[in-house]
Design a protein around this ligand. Structure first.
Ligand code: MEV
Length: 424
């Protein structure tokens, strides 16, 4: 029997769940119980979340952790992180503390402009198009006046509108390439509204508008975060050897795409966690970051390292289109709390904090990878996850952790030892 349904969105939440349960879960009562378990008792709060998206039937929790001891440009921060992967918050906290006694992190915003495009087809004479564009340019700005008014008061708006000929790539393809400054807002809605108004004004019988949309590629909205110290101050048993291997690890990621993707994934562990905690759009950040990593034509590392005259330097340069106003930032109580926790940063400050979180995460990963290996830390968390599944008591957990101190953690091994312990 077909399970295609019309008018699903019009059903009440209960009706949606009933339909789902009947059609996809053989009406098992546990399904409804699991969904209900995550409903918020506070009706108003639940309604708020229900309204973020469509067809909401429950909430999906992710852990919210904090990483203290970040010193960025001589200011202390505790950084909120939303992430499901164990060790990420621990790594951030550890590295933050480590660098806090070595001058902390330095961060600077390099640029803040964003791009939107009106893509269109035109088969006539390019010269005529150019002259039409020049004549229309003022009108294009004017067409967005009601949208840009408030943004301009905040120092933002449309910085430039350019006509670009892309016919070498695709027959008849041109675009209006528009540069925006959106200050403390991520600006997606603002940019898209401006573009649609521009397209409406620009179209004529010969100009066939295909679409108007912002670009998530923001190579001119970038931030740099860095750490540096004398090699001898890196600590450990052999700081020279550590610096050398660390440097090699970064170099490998800069020349080898297979490694670069994993290297950058580790960076995004830190970045996405703070992006999520602040109600920002992590898909936009991800897309922009990876495109930036591939800007040379070969996918490469987002971080860089040098060792010169006994000085170790490690930094990240990354595009981050973020908002500290608008979107979910004020609407989601936890996003609001995250921003308050970081002392209500401007978008530029948030760029600095988030780039730092990415750099810290990469430092932790490379430090582990080039010394003890990554599994040591992971395995302890893996063990705890299995023990939680087994509903181990605090004493049992202690005994198990001590037993597995010098052994490899496998699911079956843990279950076996746990059963032995319980049967003793
Ligand atoms: C795991 O989530 C992230 C790492 O693989 C990153 C890296 O290899 O650099 C540890």
């Amino acid at each position: 029997m077909s399970k295609i349904i019309s008018g699903f969105s019009k059903l009440t939440k209960q009706e949606k769940i009933d339909w789902l349960s009947k059609n996809y879960f053989n009406s098992q009562p546990e399904i409804i119980k699991t969904l209900q378990q995550y409903w918020n008792a506070d009706q108003k709060l639940q309604q708020l979340h229900d309204d973020f998206i469509e067809n909401t039937i429950s909430n999906f929790y992710l852990p919210y952790g904090v990483a203290p001891n970040f010193v960025i440009n001589n200011k202390d921060y505790v950084v909120p992180m939303v992430v499901e992967e164990s060790s990420v918050v621990a790594a951030a906290s550890k590295v933050a503390k480590y660098w806090s006694s070595r001058g902390g992190f330095k961060a600077e915003v390099i640029s803040t402009t964003k791009i939107g495009q009106v893509h269109f087809m035109f088969s006539g004479d390019e010269k005529e198009l150019k002259s039409y564009f020049e004549k229309q340019k003022e009108n294009l700005y004017r067409a967005t006046a009601s949208i840009t008014k408030n943004m301009e008061k905040r120092g933002g708006g449309i910085l430039d509108i350019e006509l670009k000929n892309k016919t070498d790539k695709l027959e008849n393809y041109y675009q209006l390439h528009v540069t925006f400054e959106t200050k403390d807002s991520m600006g997606a809605n603002f940019i898209n509204s401006c573009l649609e108004a521009i397209a409406k004004e620009f179209r004529n019988d010969e100009i066939e508008i295909v679409m108007s949309i912002l670009s998530n590629y923001v190579p001119n909205c970038t931030v740099k975060a860095s750490v540096s110290c004398k090699i001898d101050e890196l600590g450990g048993q052999d700081p020279q050897e550590f610096a050398k291997k660390f440097y090699q690890a970064v170099k490998i990621a800069s020349v080898e795409p297979y490694r670069a993707v994993t290297h950058n994934k580790g960076i995004m562990n830190g970045i996405d966690a703070v992006v999520l905690a602040t109600g920002n759009d992590f898909r936009a950040i991800e897309a922009g970051a990876h495109a930036f990593a591939a800007k040379s034509g070969s996918y490469s590392s987002l971080t860089h390292c040098t060792i010169d005259n006994g000085i170790f330097k490690f930094w990240i340069e990354i595009p981050l289109a973020l908002g500290t106003v608008g979107g979910l930032t004020a609407l989601h109580p936890m996003a609001k709390l995250s921003l308050e926790m970081m002392q209500k940063p401007t978008a530029k400050e948030l760029m600095q904090i988030i780039a730092t979180a990415g750099l810290a995460q990469n430092f932790a990963a490379l430090k582990a990878l080039t010394t003890s290996g990554i599994q040591q830390g992971h395995m302890k968390m893996h063990l705890m996850n299995i023990l939680n599944q087994l509903e181990a008591t605090a004493t049992e957990k202690e005994q198990m952790v001590s037993y597995f101190e010098d052994k490899t953690v496998t699911h079956s091994g843990v279950v076996e030892r746990f059963n032995e312990l319980r049967n003793q």
